[in-house]
Design a protein around this ligand. Structure first.
Ligand code: ADP
Ligand code: MG
Length: 402
């Protein structure tokens, strides 16, 4: 028996990137077999060796290749080149949504998922009660999964993933959605799994939980391992890199957009992302209602017709939607001291991924910023629909137009 649970050598995953869809056809039909694409490296010559019983963390910015690697390990994706040896039964909690059928009830999905993981009906029925207890979602268990909040969904997915007693557990960015109590419960379960000698691969934005649990950490950047080793050392280096980078981008953005603000007029003190029932969320289901609550302190109440603006951007700074109260002809509260104002988005029709809100106040023409908070609030969109682009415009396909 090998002492290694996972051995990955020279693993590379590429995607062919076509400038436009028609290039695909051109390439397929080209008599001289000319190439019409660029090659994008999602993973480049990655080496990862994990001993049985280790808990390994993976950190890296969005798009650095973490999920791609975990998906290759679980067999969801195939590598372009390189070798992969796995010793043990894997159970994975991948990015939200994978492995579940949204039309089935939670209960049926327990069976579906269990069977996908290679268990028989009898074996699953033995685990059933543990899974249900752990998920603790009450009667929602018998409702279709598509009606679940992201929190509920993660509870169920996590309950299945850890109660099937895997040799190797893979967790990709999943814990952040649960409430605190559930997160703590998961942490306890991690410790238990770890102490029983199982192997765990853990991807999280939360550096602290990586520090708390992982024996060793890999840092991925643009598909390559830039550093591997001691948890504290690698995570600190990674954090410093992020800090430097964020200072640079914020400063560059200010210069670019001339966002020097007029001091001592108004200050945004906090902002919250809420769901349709006004509960705080950070993961939003595609197409659900979202409310942003803005708290601000007015220091100068003499400003004429101030304007509030809220913009949504992608992680890589693409401007998705900028709205302001001047465009919508709305007056905002402007009392000396604390004020609150809300913006409600009826349907957050964005593709899955991470987004940020900028929050700003302007003078009456909405040109000179009185206050500008860049990437002040974070939102993660989760959902089933994977189109291309940024937004999902409301649409219908038809064979006739009446
Ligand atoms: P992470 O999980 O670290 O955020 P991912 O593994 O999801 O990163 O993505 C790595 C890179 O691969 C990203 O730049 C992503 O855009 C790209 N990528 C993922 N899937 C595809 C695909 N089907 N076609 C082209 N590029 C892809
Ligand atoms: Mg990912």
């Amino acid at each position: 028996m090998s002492e290694y649970a996972i051995q990955i050598d020279n693993l590379t995953k590429t995607y062919n990137m076509y400038g436009k869809p028609s290039d695909r056809f051109k390439e397929a039909l080209d008599p001289r077999r000319r190439s019409y694409h660029d090659v994008f490296y999602a993973l480049k010559d990655v080496n990862v060796h994990v001993k049985k019983g280790e808990m390994i963390g993976f950190v890296g910015e969005n798009g650095s290749g973490k999920s791609t690697m975990l998906k290759i390990i679980t067999g969801v994706l195939t590598p372009t080149s390189g070798t992969l040896e796995i010793d043990g039964k894997i159970s994975a909690l991948l990015e939200l949504g994978s492995g579940f059928n949204p039309e089935y009830s939670g209960y049926d999905n327990i069976y579906l998922n269990g069977m996908v993981l290679g268990f028989s009906r009898e074996e699953i029925s033995e685990m059933e009660q543990d899974i249900i207890n752990f998920a603790d979602i009450g009667d929602h268990l018998y409702q279709p999964v598509k009606t679940y909040s992201s929190g509920m969904f993660v509870r169920l997915a996590f309950a299945v993933a850890i109660n099937v007693n895997p040799d190797i557990l893979i967790v990709d960015e999943a814990l952040a959605v649960g409430d605190l109590e559930f997160q703590l419960k998961c942490m306890d379960k991690f410790t238990e799994i770890k102490n029983s000698g199982k192997t765990i691969l853990f991807v999280s934005h939360d550096i602290n939980s990586v520090r708390r649990f992982c024996d060793r950490v890999y840092w991925l950047k643009n598909g390559e391992v830039v550093e591997e080793g001691d948890t504290m050392e690698v995570t600190s280096n990674y954090e410093n890199f992020l800090k430097k980078k964020s200072i640079k981008t914020i400063e560059a953005e200010k210069v670019m957009k001339n966002e020097e603000t007029v001091p001592d007029i108004v200050e945004v003190t906090s902002a919250e992302l809420l769901d349709g029932t006004l509960q705080p969320v950070d993961i939003v289901q595609q197409d659900e209602k979202v409310v942003v609550k803005i708290n601000y302190t007015v220091k100068n109440a003499d400003i004429r017709k101030p304007v509030c603006g809220v913009a949504i951007r992608t992680v890589d700074n693409h401007y998705v939607c900028g709205l302001n109260t001047l465009l919508d002809k709305i007056e905002i509260p402007w009392e000396p001291g604390e004020n609150v104002f809300y913006i409600e988005y009826n349907k957050m029709s964005l593709l899955t991924g991470e987004y940020y809100f900028d929050i700003a106040f302007f003078e009456e023409h909405a040109t000179v910023p009185l206050e500008y908070k860049t990437k002040y609030l974070k939102m993660f969109i989760s959902g089933q629909y994977t189109g291309e682009g940024i937004v999902i415009l409301d649409h219908e396909w038809k064979d006739t137009m009446k």
